[in-house]
Ligand binder design. Structure first.
Ligand SMILES: [Fe+2]
Length: 253
């Protein structure tokens, strides 16, 4: 077939909607790539859409942290307290610019938003972070780079434990104890009141959270009543050190 005849044949085939098997194959590959790329864009868009704020499932059963935290406490804490923060957070950002922002960007400028957004975004994030900081049969000792950094910073694991426990025990009223990484790559311990956290621009000392402990009474009152120090001591028996180490290594990158 001459070149001219081939061109004419292709034009006619195009008009009739016909395609050679090889052209169809190539087009279908291109379409698949397009679909894949659209899928990726959609996925990314979804991450930035309002529904990116999901109420994540509890990573274990309500009774998984027994006997240190009882089943009823975990159930009420997760399904009532945490869920209420989540619902109120979603309501607080409805129609506001925060709806299209990531949670960490919201925290970076939290001081310019209403108190309802501050309390509920913190309550939503902090609790998710807290649940993932623990696991059934957790505890023990940190390992690897995290263990080395803890020893280097606090002189020993026992000293770190003491300082972190004290941050929780001495937090006046309700709040959180944190182990964080600062901008210089150093570990530090702090505590925040209410539902604040170290990612917020209002935090006394800002950093990337690695481990947290909820010291609101609702976290321990049914089992420990007013004895917060007993709850704090028990906490060490279910820390998820693998998760904390993962957070540390990803924060270092
Ligand atoms: Fe809580």
């Amino acid at each position: 077939m001459t070149k001219l005849k081939l061109v004419v044949a292709l034009v006619i085939a195009g008009i009739l909607g016909l395609q050679s098997p090889s052209i169809a194959k190539d087009l279908s590959k291109t379409q698949m790539k397009k679909d894949q790329s659209n899928h990726n864009i959609k996925k990314e868009t979804t991450m930035n859409a309002p529904n990116k704020f999901e109420f994540q499932p509890l990573p274990y059963a309500y009774d998984a942290l027994e006997p240190f935290i009882d089943k009823l406490t975990v159930e009420i804490h997760y399904s009532k307290h945490h869920k209420a923060y989540y619902d109120n957070f979603i309501n607080a950002i409805k129609g506001a610019e925060m709806e299209s922002m990531g949670i960490k960007d919201i925290f970076k400028s939290i001081s310019k938003y209403p108190m309802a957004a501050r309390n509920n975004s913190g309550g939503y994030f902090n609790h998710t972070f807290y649940w993932e900081s623990m696991k059934a049969h957790g505890g023990g000792l940190p390992t690897g780079k995290l263990s080395e950094a803890i020893t280097k910073t606090f002189s020993s694991f026992e000293e770190f434990k003491k300082q972190f426990s004290d941050a929780g025990k001495t937090r006046f009223g309700s709040g959180w104890a944190w182990l964080c990484l600062d901008d210089n790559g150093s570990l530090f311990i702090c505590s925040t009141p209410n539902q604040d956290n170290p990612l917020m621009d209002i935090a006394e000392k800002k950093g990337i959270p690695l481990l947290t402990m909820d010291v609101w009474e609702h976290a321990y009152y049914l089992k420990y009543q007013n004895k917060r120090p007993d709850y704090v001591e028990a906490f060490w028996n279910f820390v998820n050190w693998d998760e904390v180490a993962k957070r540390y290594e990803s924060a270092l990158k």
